[in-house]
Design a protein around this ligand. Structure first.
Ligand code: ADP
Ligand code: ADP
Ligand code: MG
Length: 682
């Protein structure tokens, strides 16, 4: 540690030389974070250079930068992870500094070395700080040395299953098996007994090898019902270092953050101060400059333990920006240019509440499997950057490709308090219109509406406990259908009016459109009466009057208006004679019919779905890594059948019930499409 701190000090002396602000920087990243960095650079009057792979020639970050350089084929190993290609792009365009964003090369010491050799500044911490914190085993030792409490465990790598079992028994079950080089929730498994240590060790090492080219794993105590709370720090090259409060990131799925917020609803002033101080102590121990995040895991009693430090800008940094008013990218650029921090600890004031939701191209109803494709329609909500902020790197017509993180955007909302931030998030999700691929917004809306989330009773187990492996229809039961029935009736009535006008019944067409309808809303029928009113319709549903007001016109994807004075947005899609309405995460099939037609509907037969339960189908596009069974083999529910690799993750497919394997439809090495049959049961 002492050596790391010493060499960090030497490097910072170099960076401390007063330096004019950069005139041009290169952004070594893609997607939303590249666009977000370009935005701040432009505001600071700095020219920007984007880099792009063959898959990204038409990407938004390429369009938004002042210049763009092609750096190789689609796979990131040959483009966004290619140090020589990126350094050359910076040198060729005369960029004086490089911002790495997050992921890719952002925490790679060799990248910092290569830039330094080319006399290009790195907008980030020193190489020594990155190296020390890049290894979870090393960083835990370093934190201990700085007087910070860490998760109990054995801070050394383990490869042999028997040794791992011995370790696990010594720490006590449950344990966490983690990749030393891990990140993004990969290479991490919980083990509750010896058997799970064996299986977890194998899978964690495989995953770590393929994701990080480093298969070292270690074991630590699994903290029960934990919260993930992290502290943002910011340091300059002159020894100043401050913290900008915490973010709570406990809403996770498989150790990956889904929703983040600032501040944490769990911390009291004393714990907040103690965590801030410890985060700064860790920063000081490595001579930290730039923006960094110290992650803690917090137990039920508010004991907190250092987890890891991320030496880069974090995905969820916007919630800190909205509560502190500090632009973290600007601060990073200024510090890299040698400037001193413009504020001291006592100048940092936290205001209001901010929440971020990660919008992914994945199917929440099918175990969150990636669902990449083209954004046939893309209308983000109106954003003022304060109450509603959208950080995205996509546009209508663009594609979410299989090569990279399937994130579509980050939606960030703020308010004076948590309740207001949540309300703004719900409204913004309602207005976020995405078609052409499946996305997780129904799931995000369901979380925002969940009583336990609203109360702030969070833990990293929240999603698994409340939703299981998939978003089920049950967690989306609509409590109060009447306002949406009223909106549907207003939409149906407007269509009926137009039909009358088109058929030439100009005079008195309103009456001709009818006042009585039946709204077939999912399985139930609601008889409604509709009458025209100033700026909308009055709709009576079950004898109750609902004032629907909206300037919506036929064909518009968003019905914006109010019901009984309460603002609401409903997404409207016409499909033949019915509508699909989206609101609050609910997707509803709705028909608005004249009463006589509705009578016939009741007697129409329903189509039966084909029985596919005999097949094991690939739940995602991917590669069949292995088959664990042969033809004729008897299997029990829960047994491993096959392993499919997708998005660098190995997914075990297990038997859902007992059976006998009748036929194999694929072999290891085959690439699989979604729903492609892998094997068939008798
Ligand atoms: P942060 O620590 O900044 O909150 P994460 O820990 O969620 O970010 O992710 C770390 C890295 O893993 C990020 O750089 C991101 O690019 C990548 N990542 C995050 N989520 C996913 C995902 N669903 N699929 C693939 N990569 C991801
Ligand atoms: P990554 O580098 O992938 O972000 P982290 O060490 O930050 O890895 O852990 C990611 C998440 O995994 C944490 O936010 C937490 O939910 C869970 N986790 C990690 N270690 C533990 C632990 N010892 N006990 C309980 N949960 C843990
Ligand atoms: Mg982490």
């Amino acid at each position: 540690m002492a050596a790391a701190a010493r060499s960090a000090a030497k490097e910072s002396d170099m960076a401390a030389k007063p330096h004019a602000m950069f005139k041009k920087i290169l952004i070594a990243n893609r997607g939303e974070i590249a666009c977000r960095i370009i935005r701040t650079a432009r505001r600071m009057g700095i020219a920007t250079v984007a880099v792009y792979s063959e898959a990204d020639a038409d990407a938004l970050h390429v369009r938004e930068a002042d210049e763009a350089v092609a750096i190789g084929p689609a796979p990131s190993a040959e483009s966004y992870l290619s140090i020589p290609h990126i350094v050359r792009a910076a040198a060729d365009t005369g960029a004086e500094a490089v911002h790495p964003g997050y992921g890719f090369l952002s925490e790679n010491p060799a990248f910092v070395d290569a830039l330094q050799a080319a006399k290009i500044a790195f907008i980030g911490p020193t190489r020594a700080a990155i190296a020390a914190m890049g290894d979870k085993i090393e960083s835990k030792r370093l934190a201990l040395g700085a007087g910070v409490s860490t998760v109990p465990g054995l801070n050394e790598a383990v490869a042999d299953p028997d040794a791992a079992v011995k370790f696990a028994r010594r720490i006590g079950y449950p344990v966490m098996i983690k990749a030393a080089a891990g990140g993004g929730g990969k290479g991490m498994r919980i083990a509750r007994n010896d058997g799970e240590v064996h299986e977890g060790l194998r899978l964690a090492r495989n995953e770590a090898r393929s994701a990080f080219a480093d298969d070292r794993v270690f074991l630590e105590k699994y903290i029960d019902e934990p919260r993930h709370i992290e502290v943002q720090i910011l340091g300059d090259a002159h020894g100043n270092i401050v913290h900008l409060g915490e973010r709570e990131c406990s809403i996770q799925r498989r150790h990956q953050k889904v929703i983040e917020e600032a501040p944490s609803p769990f911390l009291d002033a004393k714990t907040r101060r103690a965590m801030g101080e410890q985060a700064v102590a860790i920063g000081r121990a490595v001579g930290y400059r730039s923006a960094g995040t110290v992650e803690f895991i917090v137990d039920r009693k508010r004991n907190f333990y250092f987890l890891e430090m991320n030496t880069r800008l974090q995905v969820e940094h916007p919630v800190t920006e909205l509560t502190t008013g500090i632009d973290l990218v600007e601060a990073m650029i200024r510090v890299a240019a040698g400037e001193r921090l413009a504020f001291r600890q006592q100048d940092i004031k936290l205001n209001g509440w901010a929440i971020e939701a990660r919008i992914y191209a994945e199917d929440p109803f099918r175990k969150f499997l990636p669902s990449v494709g083209r954004l046939v329609r893309y209308i983000p909500p109106e954003a003022d950057g304060k109450r509603v902020r959208v950080d995205s790197g996509v546009y209508e017509g663009g594609e979410i490709s299989v090569y990279y993180d399937p994130m579509i955007a980050k939606l960030i909302t703020a308010g004076q308090d948590r309740k207001e931030a949540i309300a703004n998030m719900r409204a913004a999700l309602d207005a976020y219109y995405v078609r052409g691929l499946t996305h997780n917004m129904p799931f995000l809306a369901a979380i925002m509406a969940h009583p336990r989330f609203v109360e702030g009773r969070l833990s990293t187990g929240f999603i698994a406990e409340e939703f299981g492996e998939s978003l089920g229809a049950a967690s989306l039961a609509l409590e109060e259908p009447a306002p949406l029935v009223a909106v549907a009736a207003a939409i149906g009535r407007r269509e009926a009016e137009r039909a009358c006008r088109l058929s030439g019944q100009l005079a008195g067409y309103e009456a001709g459109a009818g006042t009585e309808f039946v709204v077939v809303f999912e399985e139930t029928q609601h008889a409604v009466k509709v009458s025209a009113a100033e700026g909308g319709y009055d709709v009576s549903v079950g004898g109750e009057r609902h004032a629907v007001r909206s300037a919506w016109r036929i064909g518009e994807p968003l019905f914006k208006g109010s019901v009984n004075g309460r603002p609401l947005t409903v997404q409207v899609e016409r499909q033949g004679t019915s509508y699909k309405l989206n609101h609050g995460g609910h997707q509803l099939d709705v028909r608005v019919l004249p009463p006589a037609t509705a009578k016939h509907l009741a007697v129409m037969p329903k189509k039966a779905a084909p029985d596919l339960s005999r097949y094991l189908m690939s739940p995602m596009p991917g590669l069949l890594v292995s088959l664990a069974v042969k033809v004729g083999q008897e299997v029990k529910a829960g047994e491993e059948l096959a392993v499919v690799e997708a998005m660098k993750m190995e997914n075990i497919l297990r038997a859902e019930r007992n059976g006998v394997v009748a036929k194999l439809h694929a072999k290891p090495g085959d690439s699989l499409a979604v729903d492609q049959a892998i094997l068939e049961f008798a």
